[in-house]
Ligand binder design. Sequence first.
Ligand code: URP
Ligand code: ZN
Ligand code: ZN
Length: 462
Amino acid sequence: MKKIVKNGTVVTDSQVFQADILIEDEKVKMIGDNLEADGAEVIDASGKYVFPGGVDVHTHMDLQAGKYRAVDDFYDGTVAAACGGTTTIVDHMAFGPKGCSLWHQVEEYHRIADGKAVIDYGFHGVIQHVNESVLKEMGEIAKQDGITSFKVYMTYDFMLKDDELYQVLKQAKEDGIVIAVHCENDGVINYLRKHYIENGCTEPKYHPLSRPARCEAEAVNRMIHLAAMAGDAPLYIVHLSSREGLMEVLKARASHQKHLGVETCTQYLTLTDDMYQDPKEGLKAIMSPPLRKKEDNEALWDALRDDVLDTVATDHCPFNYGVEKQAGADDFTACPNGGPGVEERFRVMYSEGVAKGRISLPQFVKYLCTNPARMYGMYPQKGTLLPGSDADLVIFDPAKSRVLTHADMHSAVDYTCYEGMKVQGDIDLVMQRGNVIVKDNKFLGKQGDGRYLKRGKSVLAE
Ligand code: URP
Ligand code: ZN
Ligand code: ZN
């Protein structure tokens, strides 16, 4: 069935222009003035923006994290994503059993996602130990399953040591794979966590104190140098949260480090460590890295304005406040780490970013749609509106506003960190591959309609 989106203001990462969009066979067929087609359904977008569907390249659906499992599976989590204007996710896998092959989690993730997701999805692999067969499997999985990025951690139980990181980076360079990395200095964090608990400092307000910004900065700096030593391996730093971490990125940019991508997340731009001051409410914001200060928010906004960063993702990893998060009530180190955000990103970033004049409309699209697709080998199928691209789009009304509240949201989690935030602009309609899957905040799609994306090479690997 053909559709024409008429009279909208189309926004790409480089242009804002008035046009119609003709959609046929799931694709954008044509963009131009006064388009017509026999039998086409016409959707009026007068006075509205037409954005590419959002691409969130950092989610953790159905994540098993120690004793706890994230409460959004690939159905609930992707419904939430769709209702928040995101039509593609690339999900970070959980660690598998100790010593498992890289294929173990790939197979597990197909099992838990296939037939459930309502939007298109891919996976990042995860590397939790290093040996010859793991290094060989990286290239195999990239070729056979289109998983062209792998995540490594510099903290947590399955962290890699520097020599292992270096070997992985060298292999990634050879295979044209991107290494996504969680950067925090493990030694200092573990010492501080133990120190606080032993001294009776158990409340959530000690969580940010146990993971100082310099722990992020040190690890970012180390990883950047390891990637350079490994022959300028393709490196993508996830969830940059601090001004100190950003300083290391700026240094790398100034010295023209090649093949470096950097992500921040909505929460590191818009929320602060004030949230930890209430011992109960603070549990909701226990995530790693922790929320930082207003100055950190502002430094990251400046970096977006100046095109220093590449993407804005969410690290969506929800646990119920009333259940799993309560494990941290008497000991912040026992609280499962992570928070929701996949449904909030588009609205919060438009309102706090574009409506408040911190970033431009093309920058909004660049950070939330186009660059994530480019960084992870999905462009121009995803992340843009060009003839031949998938017809994934969001019709957005800048004149509307909404007060964010958990009651209106679709994730299985029982709270939002943005409760009561007034956002300027709202989503009218979301389309995936030409099908309207959300209208007026109601999900109209179908379980299992999301397709697995075999991804190609990242721009970081070119
Ligand atoms: O606290 C967080 N972010 N949990 C999810 C795993 C990670 O570190 O990205
Ligand atoms: Zn992380
Ligand atoms: Zn994460």
